[in-house]
Design a protein around this ligand. Structure first.
Ligand SMILES: NC(=O)c1ccc[n+]([C@@H]2O[C@H](COP(=O)([O-])OP(=O)(O)OC[C@H]3O[C@@H](n4cnc5c(N)ncnc54)[C@H](OP(=O)(O)O)[C@@H]3O)[C@@H](O)[C@H]2O)c1
Length: 269
């Protein structure tokens, strides 16, 4: 059972929209004191006022760009470093880029790696050390179903999420000995602002794959964390195609993914 001791917080990165907002709101509704982090100070402030009024819960905000070199350290300083212990960390902030690697802007690709991989790894490390010393804590890292397949036209993004899944599964085994639960949430298509940012057609325009709401994904992630699972793929259909990957040679899934992600770009070229 996920219990946050009094005086402690749940910290959610990327809490200003989509899956992060839905996870944070579920926690707020359960009376968990929150620290919300993202770049958009105004969106965080609006959520803070709303949830304090509706759920009667303490909500603090930290406006931070986690893709900047010192972003994760600044978030640490504003939380644990400022005497606000974090018992639950949700590493959710992230974005994707759909397109041919050679055509994507290098600076944007590097920013994505710094956020999806660098910030997730640094925040996990920093907060894990504090949780380990208290012998209690919870970490939910948000990867993707893209973590399971090398995705042509989505290559760097898929690789960043493969890192998050591998890292989280490894730490799940290590950290449970110290009383810390690490779970990786691997959503499939989810109705959020993600696709517009990635330069993709919207989730609902995507053929074949099921689309979930951010709320349903948030529910699945928190339930898996409470059950102490190493990872969760929320939708049954996604669990089935991921299981089927083990039945074919390793060269086949990237070829199937190529046909799919090439067509999912907004430009359609
Ligand atoms: N939607 C999907 O289909 C899907 C599927 C699988 C996995 N995911 C993963 O789910 C996570 C959440 O994405 P979402 O779908 O909820 O998309 P979203 O609605 O675009 O939310 C992304 C969140 O990350 C924050 N963020 C982006 N860049 C940031 C930065 N440099 N520093 C700090 N915060 C930053 C955004 O806030 P600001 O803009 O205010 O900074 C926003 O709160 C991501 O890791 C994504 O890879 C999404």
């Amino acid at each position: 059972m996920l219990v946050i001791p009094s005086g402690s917080f749940a910290l959610v990165t990327g809490a200003s929209s989509g899956i992060g907002e839905a996870i944070a709101e579920r926690l707020a509704a359960r009376g968990v004191p929150l620290i919300l982090a993202a770049r958009s100070a105004r969106k965080l402030e609006a959520l803070r006022s709303d949830w304090m009024a509706r759920h009667g819960v303490a909500v603090e905000t930290v406006a931070v760009d986690l893709s900047e070199a010192d972003g994760p350290a600044r978030l640490w300083e504003a939380t644990e470093g400022a005497g606000r212990p974090v018992h639950l960390l949700v590493n959710n902030a992230g974005f994707g880029l759909n397109g041919a690697e050679a055509e994507l802007p290098l600076e944007k690709t590097a920013e994505m790696i710094r956020l999806n991989v660098g910030a997730t790894a640094e925040l996990t490390h920093r907060f894990l050390v504090a949780m380990r010393s208290r012998r209690k804590g919870w970490i939910l890292n948000v990867a993707s179903t893209a973590a399971f397949v090398p995705g042509p036209w989505f290559g760097t993004y898929s690789a960043t999420k493969a890192f998050v899944l591998s890292f989280s599964q490894a730490l799940h085994e290590e950290a449970k000995r110290d009383g810390v639960t690490v779970t990786c949430l691997c959503p499939g298509y989810t109705r959020t602002g993600f696709h517009a940012v990635a330069g993709m057609k919207s989730a609902d325009e995507t053929p074949f794959f099921p689309v979930m709401s951010a709320e349903a994904v948030a529910r699945a992630g928190l339930a898996a964390l409470e059950k102490g699972r190493p990872f969760v793929v929320p939708h049954l259909f996604d669990r089935l195609w991921i299981a089927s990957l083990r039945l074919v040679p390793r060269s086949v899934p990237p070829r199937l993914a190529a046909a799919f992600f090439r067509r999912s770009r907004l430009s359609g070229t």
